[in-house]
Design a protein around this ligand. Structure first.
Ligand code: GLY
Ligand code: MN
Ligand code: MN
Length: 464
């Protein structure tokens, strides 16, 4: 965690944005897997972490924007905690660590909130995404479950997004650490995978790197030769020469910052000509998209730039045809690139997605498209210094989607369906890096992870 001053400053920033009212920040509890005492790995709420820093279950916070006072609520450790869990800090020690004015026993929260409601005070909270916190809000505020789920504060969302979207220097240092581990995970995959192994075996090694560094995963590992299934978390295939292996995974450090990197490489030691051709198109789109990621440019326009570069490459291969700017405007390229170019990343891999992409990735100047492909772009607004973004174009050959569009006679002016037969079973290629937008442009966050064909073939050449 950071110094107390960081949390004091963040809360002061929130108070000055909110001006009045009581902010309730709900920390997370432990979530049972199959019975109460057998829980999933604990994950603190990201907003709670940002303002309160305490990575422990069962905590809540009240920030009084009228009085300028922050209160941490939790339980004093009992002898049972010492017996079963080990030494835990007292509430007052935790409070000192984050510079709050007051610590209070958690059972006081209900009467405190009831009193605030009786006094006619406004209570702001963020969209609750866990059922236990919805139930708590319902009980504490005396509102229906539906109202508890929907009654979140839009001014609070806007204030939090404005703060969290601009990463401080110490956050970038924390993200660099997450990317160091993430790089090691990717190099492990590149050095481990060989024909005859299962995806699960490689996944186990990759996961082990993250755990070995004291953290965990920023999201479930995607490691598959079926890279065209975008968020495919199965690891059942046996790797075969001739396939491309797509690995999209990243570490979440114990400081709770995320990495999100994708690399795609052949199961064989070398790319085939067909694999090279598709890979080169994606790499060119990614490099050009990164270069275009500068303050003031909308990420939506960079998404369209990447789509246009890839459409051009596909035309050179005879897969697309016709007027490419019209093809991209109408969305024909989305047959091969059905997702967005990237998203904000930070404490969360999709940073602040709990607060709603409408607030995180769009604004009054940038409206979200309803078109297939472009509608999946999580972040379209103009870039600012301090944004950390993923840039992750990809090309995929999804047999079911190709067959559907072909049967519908869709975009026959732009797509040469006959040429696609040669790509059945190709899978997909995605290349993803994380970049910091700076005053003058951008820079990579974390170490350079090999992505040029020659670099990948060199590593694969020594792998087995
Ligand atoms: N790891 C999921 C994504 O790239 O958005
Ligand atoms: Mn991503
Ligand atoms: Mn990813």
């Amino acid at each position: 965690m950071f110094s107390a001053q960081t949390y004091i400053d963040r809360r002061a920033g929130l108070i000055s944005r909110m001006k009045s009212g009581l902010v309730l920040l709900t920390g997370n509890g432990l979530s049972p897997m199959n019975y109460t005492d057998n829980t999933y790995r604990f994950r603190q709420d990201s907003n709670f972490l940002y303002y309160m820093g305490i990575n422990q279950p069962g905590m809540m916070a009240l920030i009084d924007c009228d009085e300028g006072e922050s209160i941490l609520l939790g339980k004093e450790p009992t002898i049972d905690d010492f017996i079963w869990t080990g030494p835990l800090d007292s509430l007052s020690t935790l409070g000192e660590r984050i510079g709050v004015e007051k610590v209070v026993a958690i059972h006081q929260i209900h009467p405190m909130l009831s009193k605030a409601l009786e006094a006619g005070r406004e209570i702001h909270y963020l969209p609750p995404y866990r059922a236990d916190n919805v139930i708590k809000i319902h009980r504490w505020l005396g509102i229906s479950l539906d109202d508890a789920k929907e009654g979140y504060s839009i001014p609070l969302i806007r204030a939090v997004v404005a703060q969290r979207e601009i990463k401080s220097e110490e956050e970038i240092v924390a993200m660099e650490k997450a990317l160091e581990v993430t790089a090691e995970m990717h190099l492990t995959a590149m050095r481990t995978a060989k024909p005859g192994m299962t995806e699960a075996e490689v996944t186990g090694k990759v996961h082990g790197v993250a755990v070995g560094h004291g953290g965990g995963l920023a999201y479930p590992i995607i490691l598959t030769v079926d890279g065209h299934n975008l968020h495919n978390h199965r690891h059942h295939n046996v790797l075969r020469e001739g396939q491309m292996l797509l690995g999209d995974f990243g570490a979440e450090t114990d400081e709770v910052y995320s990495g999100d990197i994708t690399r795609t490489f052949p199961v064989a030691k070398k790319f085939t000509t067909q694999q090279k051709e598709i890979y080169d198109i994606v790499l060119q789109a990614q490099l050009d998209a990164i270069e275009a990621s500068v303050p003031g440019t909308t990420f939506k326009s960079i998404h369209i730039l990447a789509a246009t570069i890839m459409a051009k490459g596909l035309k050179e291969l005879g897969i697309m045809k016709g007027d490419l700017s019209m093809a991209v405007e109408e969305g024909a390229h989305a047959l091969f690139f059905p997702h967005g170019l990237g998203h904000s990343i930070g404490i969360d891999v999709h940073d602040m997605e709990d607060l709603g992409e409408a607030y995180v990735g769009y604004d009054k100047d940038t409206i979200r498209s309803k078109q297939f492909g472009l509608r999946s772009l999580r972040f379209g607004k103009a870039l600012k210094p301090g944004h950390v973004m993923t840039v992750e174009p990809g090309l995929y050959f999804i047999p079911e989607l190709i067959d559907l569009w072909k049967s519908e006679g869709k975009f026959t002016d732009y797509i040469n369906y006959d040429a696609l037969e040669a790509y059945r079973g190709f899978g997909g290629v995605r290349i993803e890096d994380d970049i910091l937008i700076t005053k003058s442009g951008n820079r990579l966050v974390g170490p350079t992870i090999p992505k040029e064909i020659e670099e990948l073939e060199a590593i694969r050449g020594e792998a087995y």
